[in-house]
Write a protein that binds this ligand. Structure first.
Ligand SMILES: NC(=O)c1ccc[n+]([C@@H]2O[C@H](COP(=O)([O-])OP(=O)(O)OC[C@H]3O[C@@H](n4cnc5c(N)ncnc54)[C@H](OP(=O)(O)O)[C@@H]3O)[C@@H](O)[C@H]2O)c1
Length: 325
């Protein structure tokens, strides 16, 4: 992108429905020390973007106000002290916000080389960093263990199924019936239609690890579904933030419950996770063991349409937002 061209981004006009997302001319980002500017080729919709649009999830201080937790594109400017990256490099990046834009400034610790095609690589940073940091760092999933992944058809779920299989785990996942074939094709050993069956009863033996996106609604049943020494990690609250926890049930199983969020982590923690993903996940993506699952791509100015698709859960995997120049 030429420096003289006006820069556009999706601005949230006011908290509300998809119609408040407006493609507007905004100030150009400048790279701070240790940052690069990326000319964005694609970004992707994450569930958190819908909450931000509704006014429930403000970006951390110092982050652009536009939504967008990841992008792919080409480096167009280097800030002071940046080494190891050059103008023109094709990259993807984990962002704290600002991906729904033609350009974004990114700390170098959050950059990754592009492991597959430039556009589809925008589907990877947020799910790879979330799934790797939780399954590996937080709950230590190992080969031979059973993992229950809730919401297998989500961006997170489609990545987690493949990554857990690559680790050698047995994968059980929950999803509506329409998504079962796709999730089996991704490697899921068992898919439970949570609208018809209680996942606790459907599990054959307990789960050593549960990756949960429902929160309060599922807490008691998740604890019931854990095996002895099981670990539950909650990363979403789609079913509410509050529930009561039966500590006796947890103690009897010597089990544990954790909860994490990636966006709130400071840049040095994000950089550690990105480095881990580059070392342990990127080779699996490069050799095709784990692939980005893209439901569809929508031009970025039509982000409102992409939010409607995600809100209706009609998608399997990721919805991309593409920038045309
Ligand atoms: N903590 C973190 O750092 C972090 C980072 C990224 C994402 N997340 C969270 O992870 C979740 C997934 O994010 P995403 O962007 O990948 O979401 P997404 O693509 O929008 O998918 C949401 C999924 O939820 C499923 N779902 C709805 N109700 C369900 C239920 N009762 N049981 C099981 N699945 C259900 C839907 O599938 P069906 O059609 O099958 O219902 C849909 O696939 C969100 O809650 C998000 O906030 C957290």
């Amino acid at each position: 992108m030429n420096d003289d061209e006006p820069m556009h981004a999706i601005v949230i006009r006011e908290p509300g429905g998809p119609e408040v997302l407006v493609w507007t001319e905004v100030p150009d980002p400048r790279p701070g020390p240790g940052e690069v500017v990326v000319d964005v080729v694609a970004s992707a919709v994450n569930r958190a973007d819908l909450l931000q649009r509704q006014g429930f999830y403000d970006p951390p201080p110092g982050t652009p106000p536009y939504p967008g937790l990841e992008c792919s594109g080409r480096i167009s400017a280097l800030g002071e002290g940046v080494t190891g990256w050059r103008v023109g490099d094709e990259v993807c990046a984990l962002l704290s916000g600002g991906g729904y834009a033609e350009r974004v400034a990114v700390p170098v610790g959050q950059l990754l080389p592009v492991p597959v095609g430039l556009v589809e690589s925008a589907a990877l940073p947020e799910v790879a960093c979330t799934v790797w940091s939780n399954l590996v760092m937080t709950v230590g999933l190992r080969a031979g263990q059973t993992v229950l992944i809730h919401g297998g058809g989500s961006g997170i779920g489609t990545f987690a199924i493949q990554f857990a299989k690559a680790l050698g785990a047995r994968v059980v996942t929950t999803a509506r019936r329409a998504k079962h074939e796709a999730l089996t094709a991704l490697g899921a050993d068992q898919v439970v239609d949570y609208t018809e069956v209680d996942f606790v009863g459907a599990l054959d033996g307990g789960a050593d690890v549960i990756l949960d996106i429902q929160g309060g609604e599922y807490l008691a049943r998740n604890v019931a579904a854990l095996a002895t020494n099981g670990r539950l990690v909650v990363i979403g609250m789609q079913g509410g933030r509050r529930a009561s926890l039966d500590l006796g049930a947890l103690m009897a199983k010597r089990a544990s419950v954790a909860a994490t969020t990636l966006r709130a982590r400071p840049p040095h923690e994000k950089a550690q996770i990105v480095a881990g993903v580059r070392a342990e996940v990127w080779p699996l993506v490069a050799d095709g063991t784990v692939r980005p699952v893209v439901d569809r791509a929508v031009p970025m100015p039509d982000a409102a349409r992409a939010h409607e698709v995600v809100a209706s859960n009609a998608h399997t995997g990721k919805v991309l937002l593409t920038v045309s120049r």
